[in-house]
Every structure is written in structure tokens, then in C-alpha cells.
Design a protein around this ligand. Sequence first.
Ligand code: COA
Ligand code: AMP
Length: 632
Amino acid sequence: MTSGYDEAYTRASKDPEAFWGEAAEGVHWFKRFSKVLDDSNPPFYRWFAGGEVNTAYNALDRHVENGRAEQPALIYDSPVTDTIRTYTYRELRDEVARFAGVLSKHGIAKGDRVVIYMPMIPEAAIAMLGVARLGAIHSVVFGGFAASELAVRIDDAKPKLIISASCGIETGRVVEYKPLLDGAIEMARHKPEHCIIYQRDMTNAALTPGRDLDWDEAMAAAAPHDCVPVAATDPLYILYTSGTTGEPKGVVRDNGGHLVALNWSMKNIYGVDPGEAWWSASDVGWVVGHSYIVYAPLIHGNTSILFEGKPVGTPDAGVFWRVIAQHKVAAMFTAPTAFRAIKREDPEGKLIGKHDLSAFRTLFLAGERSDPATLEWAEHHLKVPVIDHWWQTETGWAICANYAGLGFLPVKHGSPTKPAPGWDVRVLGEDQKPVGPGDIGALVCKLPLPPGSLPTLWNADERYKASYLTDYPGYYQTGDAGYIDEDGYVYVMTRTDDVINVAGHRLSTGAMEEVLAELSDVAECAVIGVADDLKGQVPLGFLVLNAGVSRDHADIVREAVSLVREKIGPVAAFKTATVIERLPKTRSGKILRGTMNKIADGLDYKAPATIDDPEILTEIEAALKEIGYPRD
Ligand code: COA
Ligand code: AMP
């Protein structure tokens, strides 16, 4: 018997233009597209060429005009400030239109870039949608990044304007954003003309006269601005993500393909109907926040929860159940690490029973590998399907998933199930040839990618080709390795590059090595991602000192830890490093990070045949033992 999934997958493969052309009926077009897929300039594919849309119009205005004006669009639930604030679609549309008026008054128009550096407050979503309303391009930078990371993004995106807030709130502390923003602007070569600062009650940021504007004052003086139609192929946003080096990649998202794919995903993957409450517990600084806190739920007419808090400690490990019950959430999406944190504090799931979760139907996990133990814990205690799905900043929505709206396929723990319609996933060996079922290789997707996935990198077509399209011609290289079993289920096992995943946050060990190399005592260094019970992985540094350095090693390690925090940010969670005599290398000088990783994780390992001096591995074992690795 063919399932709803089989039928949809086959249709999307056989006739992608018919499949996505039909899905495009679900969104509003100012001008209909002339071609569903423009493949005239490979490898640069364009969806819905000739069409004109506005993403904010689709997310707000059309719902106000079509009967959802009084439905809650956004519920801000902030246990850290003890606030719950609801915006109906009409209210949110009006705020966004007024904020677009502020932006327009200060010179922002179609195609201009605006950087957004904000905590999890509704004004972050209003800022994103306000930029989209004008056809300008936003680039949100996660609040846990340091000033220098923000500066790198400012220099690449060249924003005319930056939107920020006076502070964010982390468990037990207030993080002042304005000094970080000022520091970043000072460091950056490119200077924005203006900054708009939202002053929160906890801190009042000092404004720079002439450059900085107060959000509330600017809003009070502004007139609403209409939606500006843009080409479906015009960029909606740039989102920087970690690659192999310290230079982040500016992933570009278009307007038309993004609208169509996200709208399709809400019903078919997540199984929610317009009007239902949906919660993605992430941050607007990550792709999950872009796609599933702000855009998809609003485009689809859902009520989206914007949560400012953590799974534990705000105030306790029952907060997720309180939010689900209070807002009658039908489905939620978060990273497995959040559930590991809850499970650690409330292993018996006692806090779950205190809340009425009768409206809750499905839990979706992504952002990192879902370990079967966490998945089983969630299934057992929540008694709803728990769905692992796999995607990336680049793809914008799921490459592999299970399908609440098409009919669930049987769940296999450890697998994010099967490729979504439009995604042709293959496993290729180093010789670029397909490997057999169950054999590990590079996970790649045949071009063209479906709507919603990245058309290119910002101002970097060549880097786009070199990063993703060169090693396996005709395919998009995901950077993940894994296998496909005999039933067609995909398993995502590890990254093939220097990217690690810390609490669902994607970070580059290469970028951390670049920072450590700046320390004057350090001759050489390496950073690996070691297994961690809570965060999945955490970074661990190895430092080789210059000859003659006699300072206390503990001081040098402390310096290393604080420099990474200062240069990359607290989100890097770089807390451990060790000083060693020398790094294990191949005869050609390549650092054997993989072998070091196995030693640190307590896995079986064999010295590679190409190793320069196998003795060094014994030294590494001893150094790791001293700092408690492998963990018990
Ligand atoms: N602004 C400033 N600092 C921030 C920040 C922000 N927006 N977000 C995180 N940080 C800081 C934290 O305070 C912490 O600092 P510390 O070293 O002083 O404690 C550091 O960055 C690491 O943050 P985080 O990874 O969130 O660790 P945590 O220990 O505070 O919380 C979890 C751990 C598992 C509870 C949390 O990471 C979590 O809920 N993750 C899952 C959900 C998620 O957001 N996934 C993202 C992709 S879907
Ligand atoms: P990001 O771009 O921050 O969303 O991170 C994407 C990366 O996270 C992927 O390339 C994977 O390495 C990892 N990832 C995301 N979801 C999953 C999943 N369900 N299973 C395994 N790894 C995942």
C-alpha cells in the first residue's frame, strides 16, 4: 500500500514544477510567476521566477484580511520577566507596519541590509517582519555571539541600519547588548547610519546622539508603511552560519521559494492547521527561529509562541509543560539538548503530570543528533509521537523528516526517517560513487534543491560553489556523513568538516583555533568536539606552547578560555583546554583531530598508518586523563 508520503515524494520527484506550482497556490502573489523552476543558469537555480510577493504580507496582512484579525498571532511568554503578552494578527500587523514606517523614514528601502541583534522579545520578530515589509534584507545575529563576531557580520552584510535592545536576560544575569553593539561598530570597517535601540526595563542603554534612536520614540512618531512587492527571487534575509574557518558563511534565503516551502511544511510535516498554537523553543538568531518561530507559523495562520527562557531554571524543569498547557500548544519543536536538560533535573517526569497536555499531539526534535535514550524518555513520558528531523541553516527546512500531515511512517530510533518531497538524498563514497545500504559516506542532495533552500551565499557565488557543489559535482554537499538503510531511512552520524554542535548551536572549531593561535605563548593548537551528556558536544582545546615559555599552564589555559569567550562569545561554551608537548600529525603535517577525538571520547582507536610518531598518542592519552577524559 502506498502511503501519503510515498505519493507526495514520487510526485515531487517526477514533476517538481507541478508539485511546487500547486503548493504555491497556498501563498499570495502580487504577480504570478512565469516559471516554477528557472534552471537556465545552473548551478544557480531560481524558484518562481517572474513572480512578485511580500513575505510580511503573507505572514500578516492577508490573515487580517481573511478572517484571522482577532486571532492571536504571537504570544510572548517570558518566565524571566514574568510577562505574557499576546498580539493578535491585527495588532502585530499594525506594529510591523509602523515599524516599517520608522525604517523607511530613516532611509531603508528594498534591497538595503539591516542587522538585528536582539534577545527573545516580540520586538525582534517585529523588526524582522518590518524589514521584510519594505523588501529590505535582514541579518539576525544571535545574542550569544561576542562583539567581534557581530563586527565580522556587519562588514560582510554592510547594513545601513542596526536594530538592537538594551539587554538580554540569561539565567541569573542581565547581558547588556549595547556595549557589545558599540564595540562591534567600532571594530567594523563598515559603519551603519543609524541604530534603533529597544530599551528594556532592566537596563537603559546610553544612546549615541545623531546615530542612535530610541525604539519607542521612533514608533510614536511614525506612520505605517505598506508592503512593498519584491521579486520572488529577491533575498528576504542573510543568516550567517559557521563553516570551516572563522569567516562565517552568509546563507541567503529568497522570498518566494521560502514562502511556498514553509507554508507546505506546516501542514504536511508538522501536521498543524491554521488557527492552532505552535511552539518552537529556539532563538530568532538561529535558522530554527527564523523558519519556525517567525515565518512558517505566521505564513500558515498559526499562533506562534515566542519563549524567553530556558528549559530548566526558569523557574524549573516543568516550564515546557506549563507553556504547552497554558497556550494549548498542538505541536512543538526544540533541540534534543533541551530534553536532556529536563530529563537530568526531572528524570521521572514528575512535573509533566501537573499540567494538562491534552491538546499536545507531536514533539519535533532537530538541530543535532537525537540520542535514542532522550527520544525514548520523551515518548514514554509525553505519550505522543516524538519525531527527529534533519536540516540545516542552508536548507531552511527539513531535508529528512517524518510526516504528521501525510501519515507517519514507522519511527526508527536514531534516524530522522526519510527525505522530504523535493529532496533526493544520496550517500557517496570518497570516489564520488554511491555506497551500498548501511555503508557510511557523505550525505549529498541531488541538484536542483527544492524551494526554500539557499540559492547562494551573500556576495559570494564562488564560495557557494566551492563550499557545497565542487566535491561531488551535480550534488549539494551537506557536510554531514551517514548512511541509508535498506528501507530508505537516512541516518546522520557526524560532520565531515570542523563544525561541532554544542547544545544545538553550530560552531566552528576552526574559528576557535584561529582565536587560540592569537595567544602570544601558543605555537600551535587544535580544538575538537568531545561528547557531553547535556550539550551533545563541547569544545576542548589542546595548546602547544612556544619554546621557553615558563608561565604556569593553568594561567595560560584561563587566558585561552577567556579569549574565546571574548572573541566568539559565551555560546561557544569553551571552558576546557590542556597544554601538551606536541600535536599528533600525519607525515604530511595534518593534525589527527579524529584520533584525538576518539581518545577523548574513550572509543577504540588505531594509530593511522600515516602517523608521524605514534608515541604522541600516549602523551595525549595522559594529558586527557589529567583533565578527566574520557568521562566515566
Ligand atoms: N545572549 C547572551 N548570552 C547567551 C545567549 C544570548 N542570547 N544565549 C546563550 N548565552 C550564553 C549562556 O548564558 C551561557 O553562558 P555561561 O557560559 O555564562 O553560562 C552560554 O552562552 C552557553 O549557552 P547555552 O548553550 O544556552 O547553555 P546553557 O547552559 O545556558 O543552557 C541548555 C543549556 C541545554 C538549557 C540550552 O542550550 C538550551 O535550551 N538549548 C536548546 C534549545 C536551543 O536553543 N537550540 C538551538 C537550536 S534549535
Ligand atoms: P544548523 O545549520 O545550525 O541548523 O546545524 C545543522 C547541522 O546540525 C547539520 O548539518 C547536522 O550536523 C546537525 N543536525 C541538525 N539536525 C540533525 C538531526 N536531526 N540529526 C543529526 N544531526 C542534525
